[in-house]
Design a protein around this ligand. Structure first.
Ligand code: AHR
Length: 633
């Protein structure tokens, strides 16, 4: 094998390896958004879903969900409780959480509530209990103001035990009528300890990837089952109680993997996405609805002549992210705690939309955005097929339009990924760039859930990604999808990161992604086996990059065969090599090997030193392995 160290052929964009976030598989509510109370604002289709009313002696109408049409677009319901000299366990509410509540010993929990009363009613006794109804922590809250206006009050307490399936009880003590809303419980150990924030273990897994970008909020949820249920960013910013909850497009009430309790509270909204991007050093990449609903679910679209509000949403989003604090949307960003701009540089228009209808709408968006922000980059959808007539038509149209970035999606077999490692070798080097925006290797359907994230899938992704990297002249961005899945609430598998209420782990695919993004380099250099590009000969797939800032060479090699192989890698044009480098390897002869909550690093990279021989690296490649050689120049 030969690497021509002094002949860079392309720049690698800082955005090259990123992440794709969608609220699927309980990724937001029940996942990264650390709220423990399900249906905190009583706005699920069944208003008391997730809640149980506890009454010792039944009193008709003691607990009612009240509609308020005047807040139909923001916060349309609240709970009204009538107390009749209640005490002890006469009257209470229990919230089951998202598949239970994961609570930890000695961690502080903050209970908060919006309430309204016209005269003092008494107090709320709060407790966390386990499945045996043993109390893990408790406190009480006495609503202080009685002026018939809404007020927020909170109280904090500790849990004395760790439990993955705790519940929250609220026992009422007193007399009279009290209205309640936004009943909430958050742990204090959130990411950066932000009140009402994100689950720290999950954000840390993302930060460790050092992603170049984060795409949000999806995926199909951008489109919705229909347009009424599309994702509308303006409804996800401002006060959390005024973010209008909607059903999640992955609410699968009628499917075999039923998640009828899947809604979007938007506690994780666009401000929080931008903040997350900033925290983990990733460029934000929002994707907006283009006036078309999910074409798998409905053929609903907005007439092109009536698309202005959708386009305005896109323009206003740029103002929200980057605008001066004197502007309408920049002011809101500042009020939410971030006066500095988020420096948004790109946006996607449409997700998996296709056909002439898409092209027509895209042109309207593109003109409006580029007229106002000429340097802004736009991601265009190329549908769901990586080949075929639909793909060819759309690619042709988008290239005619000089698209900045064309978003390709492929969920295919490991065999497809191995045999497509040269997919981009012959793509045009000029004009439109590729964003491999959603991809994952899908093993046989006999593997379900987390078992689909096995080594065979990950190894084929590693092989395919050598082709993305070798073709960084064409591919500017890539992201595995989906990102997150709750072990007890998933609709789609495989996924990059799995978790329960307390623990999380990265799959073998996660570690493959991490090896690429943590060994990104900034220039591609040629690597060949004999005369040919290394992509499949002798089951070897390879790519090579240099990092001109750290002055290092990084070579990635996949051995997809069951044989141990030795390759001598000649480093042509290398000025001088360091005496030793690092070799990081993932390897297993068990192609069904997975990671799990019990054994989160069963298959994870292992690093050791290696020494080159002159200007040659002797690569001893274990069967079914992915190796990353990194050495100073
Ligand atoms: O990643 C899961 C889904 O796959 C996304 O929502 C959609 O864009 C694609 O079809």
């Amino acid at each position: 094998m030969t690497v021509q160290v002094n002949k860079p052929i392309a720049d690698i964009q800082p955005t090259m390896w990123g992440i794709f976030f969608e609220d699927i598989n309980l990724a937001a509510d029940g996942g990264i958004y650390a709220e423990l109370v399900k249906n905190r604002s009583f706005e699920f289709t069944k208003p008391l879903m997730g809640w149980k009313v506890q009454q010792k002696n039944f009193v008709e109408g003691a607990v009612q969900v009240v509609n308020r049409p005047e807040k139909e677009d923001t916060n349309p319901r609240y709970l009204q409780v009538l107390l009749q000299k209640a005490s002890g366990h006469d009257l209470g509410l229990t919230n089951e959480g998202f598949r239970g509540m994961g609570v930890k010993k000695d961690i502080t929990y903050t209970f908060s509530v919006l309430y309204r009363q016209s005269s003092p009613t008494g107090k709320l006794n709060i407790e966390l209990v386990n499945a045996q109804n043993e109390v893990l922590g408790s406190t009480s809250l006495t609503p202080e103001v009685a002026d018939n206006q809404w007020h927020k009050q909170s109280v904090s307490f500790k849990s004395n035990a760790t439990d993955p399936k705790a519940k929250l009880n609220i026992w009422f003590e007193g007399d009279g009528k009290i209205d309640l809303d936004m009943i909430s419980l958050f742990p204090s150990d959130t990411w950066k300890n932000r009140p009402g924030g994100l689950r720290a273990d999950l954000v840390q897994l993302l930060a460790d990837l050092k992603p170049g970008f984060i795409r949000f909020p999806g995926g199909c949820i951008v489109e919705g089952f229909d347009l009424a249920q599309r994702y509308q960013w303006k409804k996800t910013v401002g006060a959390v109680e005024d973010r209008h909850l909607i059903i999640n497009r992955w609410n699968t009430e009628f499917s075999s993997r039923s998640t009828p309790d899947y809604f979007q509270s938007f506690g994780l909204g666009f401000f929080e996405y931008f903040q997350l991007a900033e925290d983990i050093g990733a460029e934000p990449l929002p994707i907006l609805n283009c006036g078309m609903a999910c074409q798998f679910n409905s053929a609903e679209l907005v007439p092109a002549g009536q698309i202005d509000p959708y386009v305005q949403d896109a323009l206003d989003l740029i103002e929200f992210a980057n605008g001066s604090t004197d502007s309408k949307w920049g002011k809101l960003r500042a009020e939410m705690g971030h006066p500095a701009p988020f420096n948004l540089k790109m946006m996607g228009v449409g997700n998996e939309n296709w056909g002439p209808q898409y092209v027509e709408r895209l042109k309207i968006f593109t003109k409006a955005i580029k007229d106002k922000y000429p340097d802004f980059k736009l991601v265009n959808s190329s549908g769901t097929d990586p080949s075929g007539d639909r793909f060819d038509y759309l690619n042709g149209e988008l290239r005619k339009m000089n698209a900045d970035l064309i978003d390709e999606h492929y969920y295919r077999s490991p065999e497809w990924f191995f045999s497509n490692a040269r997919r981009y070798d012959n793509y045009p080097r000029t004009a439109s760039k590729v964003f491999a925006g959603e991809y994952a290797s899908h093993c046989d359907n006999s593997f379900v859930g987390a078992a689909r994230n096995n080594w065979k899938a990950a190894l084929s992704e590693a092989a395919f990604m050598t082709g993305l990297e070798r073709n960084a002249a064409v591919v500017s961005m890539a992201s595995y999808a989906p990102l997150f899945a709750h072990l007890e609430g998933w609709q789609w598998a495989p996924d990059l990161i799995w978790y329960d209420n307390l623990h999380s782990y990265g799959t073998p695919s996660y570690y493959v992604q991490k090896l690429y993004s943590n060994n990104k380099g900034n220039k591609v250099v040629p690597i060949t086996l004999g005369k040919d590009v290394v992509a499949g000969q002798d089951s070897i797939y390879a790519s090579a990059v240099i990092d001109t800032k750290t002055k290092e060479l990084i070579v990635k090699i996949v051995n997809a065969s069951g044989n141990k192989t030795t390759k001598e890698i000649q480093l042509e044009g290398a000025p001088k090599l360091a005496k030793a480098g690092t070799l990081t390897v993932m390897q297993s002869c068990d192609m069904k090997q997975v990671n799990s909550i019990e054994n989160p690093a069963a298959l994870a990279p292992k690093t050791q030193p290696f020494a080159p021989k002159g200007k040659m690296i002797k690569a001893e490649l274990a069967p079914y392995s992915f190796a990353v050689y990194r050495i100073g120049l």
